[in-house]
Design a protein around this ligand. Sequence first.
Ligand code: GCV
Length: 700
Amino acid sequence: MFVEEPMEGEGPRVHPAWLPPEAFRSLGARRILLHGEGLLIDTVLDEVSRACARYGGLVWHSPSWNVDVDLVLALRGADELPNPAVEAARAAGEAALAELGDDGTLGDEGFVLARAGDVTVVLSDAPAGLLYGLFHVVRLCAAAFDPTRPAERHRPALRRRMLNHWDNVAAHPVMGQVERGYAGGSIFWQDGRSRGDLARVREYGRLLASCGVNAISVNNVNVAHTEALLLTERLGDVAEIADALRPYGIRVHLSVSFAAPVILGGLPTADPLDEKVRLWWAATTRRVYDRIPDFGGYLVKADSEGQPGPFTYGRDHADGANLLAEALAPHGGVVHWRAFVYNHHQDWRDRSTDRARAAYDHFAPLDGRFRTNVVVQVKFGPVDFQTREPVSPVLAAMPATRLAVELQVTQEYTGQQRHVCHLGPWWSEVLRFAPWGPGGRTIADVITGEAAAGGGLVAVANVGDDLFWTGHPLAQANLYTFGRLAWDPRRDPTEILDEWITLTFPPSATADAELVRRTLHEIMDDSWRTYERYTAPLGVGFMVNPGDHYGPGVDGYEYTRWGTYHFADRDGVGVDRSRASGTGFTGQYPPYWAQVYESPESCPDELLLFFHHVPYGHVLHSGSTVIQHIYDTHFAGVEEVTAMRRRWQRLNGMIDPSVYQRVAERLDEQVRCATEWRDQINTYFFRKSGVPDERGRDIY
Ligand code: GCV
């Protein structure tokens, strides 16, 4: 069986992603007792009821009957039930929790899973914990009912696990309905208004909750006039989305324009220190909470790429962020203030200005000035979501500020959902990076924390109204992996991918489950490194076509205002960011990395051209010269993509034909595009350097 037949009155109108009904088979065949009340408990009830209706199980909700059960899902604070087996299971859960040590608390979202004789029990302090616990049971399949399974407690490492949608309400003349969107239109907005397709929004919320995401912002950080209105006269549209997502524990945030007091409020200024401006934000925010009591807060791109901000009034980013934070504070909201601020009108002739330096230069001096409900949201790298960049030094420079890391799930620079590029390993590398030196605190530590400590993990979303949600069906794995890493940033991304494979291609619905699993791992595990091999070399970045950022354009940005240069000439390539002779960017790191990055001798190969301008004959730690490395990796990258396509063909007839077909088409495009990259990059550097390939392969 390939495609699951929908039950009467049930979807799927779209691909079920990692929640096909078949993934609920093990759960749905059990006798389940759910105990507790609340909106999210109703969601759990709905999930288990649907699964049991399909697979023959039974469900009771807070009953007084004395029934035999296989699974108990209960709120810890709920009343005692006159059912000895259920009470024994609850007691076993409590005992397991006490034994697991620590303070025994589960928090707003945590849960414990334990066995009591023949019964599996999931306990939580709050309804969201039971929802997450339920999806954990789904992921475990039969293993959740293994009598020998030891007790386990789960609590999210990060309090806020958030997706930012760059969706426009009115289609932008250049960027379209979704800026950097590669999966069709927006699931929220169309042609200037709300789509009103709340069924799809609910389906989305369900997918997000099942991987651990608990917050989204619903409009682009570039806020044009129509989008600005979401804060006031179109707030009802936002409220409807919030209503649809609330049952899945997801809070809604809004991107706002810093100029809102002027463009919406009719004030002559948006100066953050102006009393009338403060009052306007306070009153406007109060109205937002009247309508959406659990509203998450504001997201702001200010003084960046043409967006308005506090600089207009001679104020700084702390003044700007604190203005909004003050308005949100009485209601428990937060402001995510982006650190993506740089000069986007640079003169390419000016070698002293370095875009990589900008976020640190703007924000590090402000450390300690932000209110506690401000989260400074920092792109993971100093430039712009490249396939390879060093980790942003801002993340080690603001100990007195709540910091969030921003990732890009939408594949703007990593193949635009036409290429397979599983980003889990890259994100994991970022999260495990120890900015103060090996063995020290990691980026995951910086963003972790309950209450007011870390700011959490944020990513730009990759879904649209496409049948497969993400254009490329395998790009669904990036969304799933983001959620799981945000729940626990220390997890192994390959293990997460394995989870995704099991859910998306349930073994019980596949003729040769092991072949499917092995093939997907072979294609996806290393696909980010494959992508890196055939695109810009050694961390130099960009080399993409200007504007749409797809495909090779080696000099596309070389003489533009955007500050993304490679400086290739006949002798060498790369950007000198050393303190000794370059822009001094290396000095923004704590001493260990400042020293490692400073010299081409100690700089890691993969970042060499990000930090240094070196001759083509420079010998890497790998033993290869830079020029030969460029040739070798580009030939290897295309060979790997060709192998991906060959491997995929094994799955023909073994999985959902529509998934097979879509991926097959995209792999054809990936082979074409990778070949174009290889030939343009190799030819460019051969022409610049005059150095032939040692192995005499075709370079044009
Ligand atoms: C939303 C990059 C993208 C822009 C995006 C910007 C940002 O520059 O190309 O489309 O704008 O990042 O993160 O604000």
